[in-house]
Design a protein around this ligand. Structure first.
Ligand code: HEM
Length: 240
């Protein structure tokens, strides 16, 4: 699979098949989310639900497996030689753009999961059509602690199971990655309490944070396309 993804791409640039495929999929998913947004604005709750839910789950599956195959951080290993432009373009334009893009990827991933859960918690059915239920929507502190405890236990179990399968790899570095996952969950649950205070009404919260998430995905597409253009069209280096 790795060899297949490393073959020349189909867009006629310096990118590999993997690079072109990921750019094409980013376009497809962004298009789907924008259509899902338009449907929500038209009050078509069911269509919005299926499109956004299906799109987000497929997108998470695609990019996770893609980066596992391609090995995350290919650029980090290649470093400066992976980029064919000047030092100025690399340090002042490319690296800031890539850093901004990766930061948005992290925010986008967290928001996708958060919004899907919020969608299920806020929806109600009226005559077979999904709509958002107005009114205060809060999680009790007890439930939050339970969610945190269960997620932390699942992640640590995963650390143990994957470590055993990797031939007893219980390295400190791997543990740090899983503990960061626990920290992110704790952080998101804490932020949720703050968001509840800011927008106690679940319907309003879904609309405001939903628009924020949609805008993040649009900017993600633009910064991703910018990175692709710099790396594979304007200043191709060693990376395909
Ligand atoms: C990443 C996931 C999601 C995002 C980004 C998102 C975004 C949005 C946005 C922006 C709106 C308001 C549109 C507007 O007024 O501008 C909205 C409305 C709505 N969302 Fe979501 N949503 C997501 C997931 C879901 C899920 C999973 C469900 C159902 C389980 C859902 C159910 C609804 C419903 C019923 C509405 C109201 C439509 C109406 O106005 O009648 N959403 N969503």
């Amino acid at each position: 699979m790795k060899e297949l993804l490393a073959r020349p791409g189909f867009l006629g640039t310096a990118a590999s098949l993997g690079g072109d495929l990921s750019q094409l999929m980013a376009m497809v998913f962004t298009g789907l989310f924008i259509i899902g947004w338009v449907q929500a604005r038209k009050g078509l709750g069911n269509a919005h639900h299926w499109l956004v839910l299906g799109g987000m789950v497929t997108m998470l599956a695609f990019f996770t497996s893609y980066y596992l195959f391609r090995q995350l951080g290919v650029l980090a290993f290649e470093g400066r030689t992976g980029f064919g432009g000047s030092d100025f373009m690399y340090y002042q334009v490319f690296i800031p753009l890539l850093t901004f893009h990766i930061t948005l990827v992290i925010v986008g991933l967290i928001m996708a999961v958060y919004m899907i859960i919020l969608g299920f918690r806020t929806q109600r059915f009226m005559g077979g059509q999904r709509e958002l239920r107005p009114g205060v929507l809060r999680v009790s502190r007890d439930t939050l602690m339970k969610i945190f405890g269960i997620s932390a236990a699942v992640l640590l179990l995963l650390y143990a199971v994957v470590g055993t399968r990797l031939g007893s790899d219980f390295s400190f570095r791997r543990l740090i990655v899983y503990l960061s996952g626990v920290l992110v969950i704790g952080f998101v649950l804490t932020v949720e309490k703050g968001l509840e205070r800011l927008w106690p009404d679940g319907e309003r919260r879904h609309r405001i944070l939903g628009r924020f998430t949609m805008v993040i995905y649009c900017i993600l597409f633009l910064t991703g396309t910018g990175t692709y253009t710099l790396l594979y069209i304007l200043y191709p280096g060693k990376i395909g």
